[in-house]
Design a protein around this ligand. Structure first.
Ligand SMILES: [Zn+2]
Length: 149
């Protein structure tokens, strides 16, 4: 597990560096670094955890990211494909979009614990990490989190 965790910390996969706009390891605080370390202990499939890692790094092809890389035609809409209200970003798609919020809300109610949708995915992960009474329960909550992402 330690080797798995080490390979994926802070923007590197083996010999490859992830090219993200604005990504610099020094920008991360202790809370974000804790998430990057702990997320690899999740019992979710490795490819699911790796996808979540890319979401945390904002390295998924959202309309906002594609526009930054000049991939989209200049007349393309940058609005969220689900709600068409806000520019599409990883944070919006997976946390703040009305569709995503509804999914999180139903899951939170089903699990019978409660917290407000926080302003960042890192804080959201930490809220799920605090929901368990034991390490085994926390890992179960992380599995729910990864499955939902
Ligand atoms: Zn939306």
């Amino acid at each position: 597990m330690e080797a798995r965790r080490q390979r994926f910390l802070f923007g590197e996969i083996g010999l490859f560096k992830v090219g993200c706009f604005g990504f610099e390891e020094n920008l991360w605080g202790d809370g974000e670094k804790r998430v990057f370390v702990n997320m690899w202990e999740s019992p979710a499939l490795l490819k699911v955890v790796a996808f979540a890692w890319r979401v945390f790094l904002n390295c998924i092809p959202t309309r906002g990211n594609l526009a930054l890389r000049n991939v989209l035609p200049s007349d393309s809409s940058l609005l969220c494909a689900l709600c068409e209200r806000v520019e599409e970003s990883a944070l919006h798609l997976f946390l703040h979009c009305g569709v995503a919020s509804l999914v999180w809300l139903k899951l939170i109610l089903w699990l019978d614990f409660w917290f407000l949708i926080p302003p960042s995915l890192f804080v959201h992960w930490e809220c799920w990490s605090l929901g368990g009474r034991s390490k085994k329960m926390v890992k179960g909550l992380w599995l729910f989190w990864h499955t939902t992402i």
